[in-house]
Design a protein around this ligand. Structure first.
Ligand SMILES: C[S@@+](CC[C@H](N)C(=O)[O-])C[C@H]1O[C@@H](n2cnc3c(N)ncnc32)[C@H](O)[C@@H]1O
Length: 199
């Protein structure tokens, strides 16, 4: 049976509303940490102008690949193996990168690798969209996010909700400028960074 995420079912509609605008002019999107593949299938179905490339770490790839094979529309590419820690990433250039609920799971060094990798594969102009919970000015945006962060630390001390300002610094180092910060249901955000056409 395919793995199922209730959170994906709840958040995919609101995320699609953001991506519809943010990715209107793009053609190919790389998704990092595609998980169950529910997002990839849904976004590819609803954004048929895009070629959607899902990816996962090696140990998580089999279930994702199976969902893509069974449910994927024609513009959804077969899932590829991609750990953000790899150098270089095993992909060509893309117009956009999307990732949901990954930066608080991976260790900070991997978050740095994430932005370095995005910087290497993203075309100019290019777009990066990241969905998840973030802290601002060192503060959680809700008590439930503070509880969630405590839970994350207990499970894996290297994980944790990231500070928006620290992510913005990594994005800036890759020539990305914040274009939008969308409030999402359940105290999450979708951050949209854009890289201009020229340096
Ligand atoms: C909470 S799940 C989110 C999955 C999916 N994007 C979603 O929204 O349901 C976190 C994902 O991050 C991925 N991940 C963690 N570390 C990673 C790394 N170093 N490289 C690529 N993906 C990673 C995990 O494999 C997992 O699929």
């Amino acid at each position: 049976m395919l793995a199922h995420s209730e959170a994906c079912e709840r958040n995919k509609g609101p995320i699609l509303a953001v991506l519809t605008g943010a990715l209107a002019a793009e053609r190919c999107v790389l998704e990092i940490g595609s998980g169950t593949g529910q997002h990839a299938v849904y976004f590819a179905q609803h954004l048929p102008h895009l070629e959607w490339q899902p990816s996962e770490r090696p140990g998580e790839l089999a279930g994702l690949a199976e969902r893509i094979r069974l449910e994927g529309p024609p513009n959804l590419q077969p899932a590829i193996e991609l750990d953000v820690r790899a150098r270089p990433w095993p992909v060509g250039s893309v117009d956009a990168v999307f990732s949901a609920n990954t930066l608080h799971i991976m260790a900070w060094e991997a978050v740095e690798d994430f932005f370095r990798g995005v910087g290497a594969v993203l075309r100019r102009p290019g777009v990066l969209c990241v969905y998840g919970p973030f802290r601002y000015g060192g503060e959680y945006t809700s008590a439930s996010n503070a509880d969630f962060d405590r839970y994350l630390h207990l499970r894996d001390p290297a994980s944790g909700i990231r500070d928006f300002e620290a992510l913005a610094a990594l994005a800036s180092a890759q020539g990305l400028a914040l274009a939008a910060d969308h409030a999402m249901p359940a105290n999450n955000r979708t951050l949209v960074w854009r890289r201009p056409a020229t340096k």
